[in-house]
Write a protein that binds this ligand. Structure first.
Ligand code: F6R
Length: 612
């Protein structure tokens, strides 16, 4: 949600900043802007619309500055407009700021600053920040090298809410200050230069050495250095961390869209996520987990908490944990969980899933669980992300950077990791379950079976062409297939803007079947041999009422009854969501393409939701 880039070095900053913004555009794309320090002070260039519009701004090619900050916006306070675009500048044009997050007390701060003679030109919460910094700067009588830092720190002390900010000051033309609280920001260390970004992929082509910041750590950057301070301005020692992702993992590599590339990366993502945790004949191992049999025996409930697609992965996790380990497991939406007073104590284990590791609701739910005495385990795709720094334990999917807003490879990697986790728990608990040996085999065969499943692409595309102009679609399944129906329906909504609903197939006749009429498209998922006949009967009910049907199945069924049947490789119901979702990911993708939409950047959405 909003993307931030910064550069301080010896090269011209503006092309680097714009390039970085283009890579971060999936975080928000209502407006964009850059501020550089030029010979005559701070230059601001910004406008509403996509990042590429910046190339059209007069004078953008004449910028010479080698220090700059940049922003691509996902509007929260104030509609997309030039005035509301970042960077913002204070009234005296001394400080310019870009900000990701929300300043909750901006009304009070705005009033306070207005009473002190400051004027505001935008409707944003952000505009208070440069002016507040200026307020403290102008009151500080000491003129030493830390004056800029003191002003930023003092301003941040007054801010309530979440923020990742970059600040430049015309009086300190060789420095930049950055700080974060509950919003992501990383610093990439180069040779005689430093890069700043909301996330790692945007600057991976420049460096793989990163400083990961904790909340309220202040950094003064210069070309050759990064100095870290705590809130009391005591220096902190910080080392860089080398990131394993390579630069090409953040490129399209010949695919038309990131989403399609990421769909095709799933065999690798799953292979990497399994890594060395599992072999057929040994116990499942998680290097970073130190759970004991006694602890697992002491817990009476597991919560899995997440948002959107990550929550759908949690549903597959619940299925595996309950079936293998017999520990009652509830799956909850993070934004609801934290406000519904969940029953949590030291006998509860809370698992939080977040691809980005920066989702505000999920982080808040984690903090709440910890306060109530539960142990917390984070599952993320981003090393060092906020959620992993808050949790007692962290484990990672190794899906590589996921750039498309619609999550694909992160989902399947999360499901496989949860299945591995349930095997790990079951083995620690010494549960004798013949399913486990078979499950291990199925998990290890997944990359090959995903490759097979991807071969359904052409058939899926053919069906997409027939139905892409539809207004409503229904996704039906029973048991584990209902969880996939939910995820399939979410994918379709997100990128095709077609209204889609998902239902437990047996629930249809309790109301929603009233919506079925001639030619409505219904997608049925059937992978559970115990339930397939029942689901077929439910689908038959919609066929009778004129629905067009697409079926995804690994069972032997009579194809003639349906308009299109996609056959996927056979596997068991623990891992079937990893295969059955793939044709549905492709289905949404091809529909979006047929409609001529921007697959990677669907309207109103942002990749990482860092506000409540
Ligand atoms: C859907 C999608 C979202 C995310 C959700 C949580 O395709 O990507 O529903 O799954 O916003 O994001 P993370 O996993 O980053 O917490």
């Amino acid at each position: 949600m909003c993307g931030i880039v910064g550069y301080i070095g010896t090269k011209k900053a503006s092309p680097i900043l714009i390039n970085g913004l283009l890579r971060l555009e999936y975080r928000g794309y209502d407006s964009a802007g850059i501020a550089t320090i030029e010979k005559d002070g701070i230059s601001l260039m910004k406008d509403k619309g996509r990042v590429k519009n910046l190339y059209n701004l007069e004078g953008i090619d004449d910028l010479e500055g080698t220090i700059g900050i940049a922003h691509t916006r996902w509007a929260t306070h104030g509609k997309p407009s030039k005035e509301n675009s970042h960077p913002h500048i204070d009234n005296s044009k001394t400080f310019s700021v870009v900000h990701n997050g929300i300043i909750e007390n901006y009304h009070e701060l705005r009033e306070f600053l207005a009473d002190n003679g400051y004027t505001f030109y935008s409707q944003t919460d952000t505009e208070v920040i440069p002016n507040l910094i200026h307020y403290y700067y102008s009151k500080d009588e000491k003129n030493d090298e830390l004056k800029f830092l003191r002003a930023v720190r003092n301003a941040c002390k007054d801010l309530k809410g979440s923020f990742a900010i970059e600040v430049v000051c015309k009086d300190y033309p060789d420095n930049m200050i950055v700080v974060r609280k509950d919003s992501p920001l990383v610093i990439g260390k180069g040779d005689g230069e430093n890069y700043i970004s909301s996330d790692i992929p945007a600057i991976l082509s420049f460096t793989r050495d990163f400083y990961l910041l904790n909340d309220l750590e202040f950094v003064i950057l210069s070309r050759n250095d990064a100095k870290f301070y705590d809130i009391d301005l005591k220096p902190i020692d910080k080392k860089t961390k080398t990131i394993e992702w390579n630069a090409s993992s953040a490129e399209k590599d010949g695919f038309d869209d990131y989403m399609l590339k990421e769909i095709y990366e799933q065999p690798t993502a799953i292979r990497e996520t399994i890594g060395s945790k599992l072999t057929e004949n040994s116990k499942c191992e998680f290097e970073d987990l130190t759970f004991t049999k006694e602890y697992l025996q002491s817990i009476n409930k597991i919560y899995i908490v997440a948002c959107g697609t990550a929550m759908h992965a949690g549903l597959a996790g619940k299925n595996a944990i309950e079936k293998l380990c017999k520990i009652p497991t509830e799956v909850d939406i993070a934004s609801e969980f934290r406000y519904r007073d969940p029953i949590i104590d030291e006998k509860t284990l809370c698992i939080f899933i977040s691809q980005s590791g920066e989702t505000a609701d999920t982080i808040a739910a984690l903090k709440l669980s910890r306060e109530k005495g539960a142990k917390t385990l984070a599952i993320s795709n981003v090393i060092g992300s906020s959620i992993t720094r808050e949790a007692d334990y962290s484990i990672y999917t190794h899906a590589g950077p996921e750039i498309a807003v619609a999550s694909t490879k992160a989902y399947t990697s999360q499901v496989v990791l949860l299945i591995l986790l349930s095997i790990y728990f079951a083995e620690l608990l010494e549960i004798k379950n013949e399913d486990i040996a078979n499950l291990k085999k199925e998990v290890l065969e997944l990359p090959k079976k995903i490759e097979e499943t991807l071969k359904t692409s052409e058939v899926v595309k053919e069906f997409s062409k027939k139905v892409y102009q539809e207004k409503d679609m229904f996704f039906l399944g029973r048991g584990i297939d209902e969880t996939v129906a939910k995820e399939g329906s979410l994918k379709l909504k997100e990128i095709s803007y077609i209204h889609a609903e998902s239902y437990a197939a047996g629930e249809l006749k309790h109301g929603p079947i009233a919506l079925i009429e001639n030619d409505v498209t219904v997608i049925g998922i059937m992978t559970d041999p115990k339930l397939v006949e029942k689901t077929i009967s439910n689908i038959q009910e919609v066929v009778t009422r004129g629905a067009k049907t697409l079926i995804v199945t690994n069972q032997d069924i009579d194809d003639k009854r349906f308009d299109m049947v996609i056959h996927i490789p056979h596997t068991n119901t623990f891992v079937s969501p990893i295969l059955s979702i793939i044709p549905l990911q492709l289905f949404s993708y091809y529909i979006s393409k047929e409609k001529g939409l921007d697959v990677d950047k669907p309207r109103n959405l942002a990749k990482s939701v860092t506000v409540e």
